[in-house]
Design a protein around this ligand. Structure first.
Ligand code: LFR
Length: 480
């Protein structure tokens, strides 16, 4: 039996609707609609255009034709607030908006960082949902908080609820109790009534509302199914690792999420100091990882340069001198949208380096710096989790970037296995298929199906490890 399933997969720079076919030896995706997504500045505030996302989702569903299920995943931490009648209060704000500047520091005076980490196990990022809600100020009219995929699912079905993997990124979720931490919410001044009932990946949310079904050209009985609604949770489902393999993963896109899959969270002082996160995965797994700034810096450079000739720049960058200029991609100055080439130059000025002399040199600088950040993060993960890593699995759009994959293998001194590219959409349809009865009992079975149906590319480490050691001490003072 082959199932036809629609995956709505929203990344920070594009959204897509993929039609998945899942059968005993079959796992295939066809892109039926792709659309722009990104920050929209309105006055002083950066928003998401959530009605545009909703509309494009419906266009994609219509293009895909009849399906047995619909699943939605997106980036994390951002949300919409509904009033008591279910009306959206304002356009959701983008996590890169400046409203959270200084808020984390303020909250930590009331709720100490140790307490937050002991309950949530979450890395401190200025845009965590808890800080956004505090930045929001007056929440009197708000009755329900819905994360972006939950908001879209609400519009499709009329059903309110919060899917757990995405809830785990709010810093209001108790990672050991698998539920909202009402105590933390109350301590931070977030009204507990906002937190919706939780659902797990695989739960059926409900059928389409009749009017929505008509607009999307679908049968109104079509179920919307909760998947790992945090895109990174869905993409980790599709890491094609074999049982027992000692792998690390890098989910590579606008962000690079680099880390390990664990069965239980690590809430030690060492993990907290290293600022590792313990986000909730599908089937109760823990995504023990750090956010590395990712291809965002490169995307912003391309935007500022007004070019989309990435292939041309990458081949020039491959031939450019190695280790000429290095940055710390996680420097807070790279977080907000803006003139990244200028910010790279400022970073160089502060760190006593000449700025990159050409676009290709800047690309080389960004990719080598990312590879170094991956090396540092994965080594730290090994130490903190006391685990060995034999292979780095790179998944997501960035797995197509051959130069970055090779540099990652070189910097980490480990083989890189790259692919699949559409990992989050694959994880999305796999979880739906299981919910509908496909014989995919666990992650091992899902991953075996990805392995059997997708070509991967292998990169062996090359070059001299000592060169990367020297590069690392230049950027990070050799503390790694
Ligand atoms: C990746 C991602 C990351 C999250 C960031 C912001 O798309 O979901 O996991 O930290 O976006 O939401």
């Amino acid at each position: 039996m082959t199932l036809r399933l629609a995956a709505v997969d929203l990344g920070a720079s594009s959204g897509r609707v993929m039609l998945g076919r899942v059968g005993p030896d079959e796992l295939e995706l066809t892109e039926v609609h792709r659309f722009w997504n990104g920050p929209v500045r309105l006055g002083e505030t950066l928003h998401w255009d959530v009605l545009h996302l909703y509309r494009e989702m419906l266009v994609g569903l219509r293009n895909g034709g009849s399906v047995e299920g619909v699943g939605i995943d997106s980036w994390a931490v951002d949300y919409g607030l509904l009033d008591g009648s279910g009306t959206l209060l304002g356009n959701p704000v983008h996590y890169r908006d400046a409203r959270t500047n200084g808020v984390m520091e303020r909250v930590l005076q009331t709720v100490p960082a140790d307490e937050l980490y002991a309950v949530t196990g979450l890395q401190q990022l200025p845009f965590n949902t808890i800080y956004q809600l505090v930045a929001e100020g007056n929440l009197d009219r708000a009755e329900t908080l819905l994360m972006i995929p939950d908001l879209l699912a609400y519009w499709l079905t009329g059903k309110l609820g919060g899917e757990a993997t995405n809830a785990s990124t709010t810093q209001l979720y108790d990672v050991r109790a698998h539920g909202w931490s009402e105590t933390l919410a109350a301590r931070a001044g977030v009204p507990v009534r906002l937190l919706p009932e939780l659902r797990e990946a695989g739960d059926v949310i409900g059928p389409l509302l009749p009017a929505v079904a008509e607009e999307a050209g679908l049968d109104p009985a079509t179920p919307v199914i909760a998947v790992g609604s945090h895109d990174t949770a869905s993409s980790v489902v599709a890491v094609p690792a074999a049982e027992g393999e000692r792998f690390a993963y890098i989910s590579s896109g606008t962000w690079s999420l680099a880390g390990l899959e664990l069965d239980v969270p690590i809430l030690s002082d060492e993990a907290q100091r290293a600022n590792f996160t313990n986000e909730g995965g599908v089937d109760g797994r823990i995504r023990f990882l750090k956010n590395v700034m990712g291809l965002w810096i490169l995307q912003e450079c391309l935007r500022v340069w007004g070019t989309d000739d990435l292939p041309g720049l990458l081949s020039e960058a491959a031939a450019a001198p190695a280790y000429a200029v290095l940055i710390d991609p996680d420097d807070p100055s790279f977080l907000a949208p803006g003139n990244m080439p200028a910010r790279i130059a400022e970073f160089c000025a502060k760190s006593g380096q000449e700025p990159p002399r050409s676009k290709a040199a800047a690309v080389r600088c960004i990719l080598e710096s990312l590879a170094l950040a991956y090396r540092r993060t994965l080594r730290l993960a090994q130490t903190v989790a006391d685990r060995e890593i034999d292979v780095v699995r790179v998944i997501g759009g960035g797995s197509r970037n051959e130069l970055l994959c090779q540099l990652t293998a070189d910097a980490c001194g480990l083989p890189v296995l790259a692919g699949p590219v559409e990992a989050s959409a694959l994880g999305n349809v796999l979880v739906q298929a299981r919910a509908l009865g496909a014989p995919l009992p666990d992650l091992t079975a899902m991953r075996a199906l990805v392995r059997a149906t997708h070509e991967l590319r292998r990169y062996e480490p090359q070059g001299k490890p000592a060169d990367w050691d020297a590069a690392e001490s230049r950027v990070f003072g050799g503390s790694g």
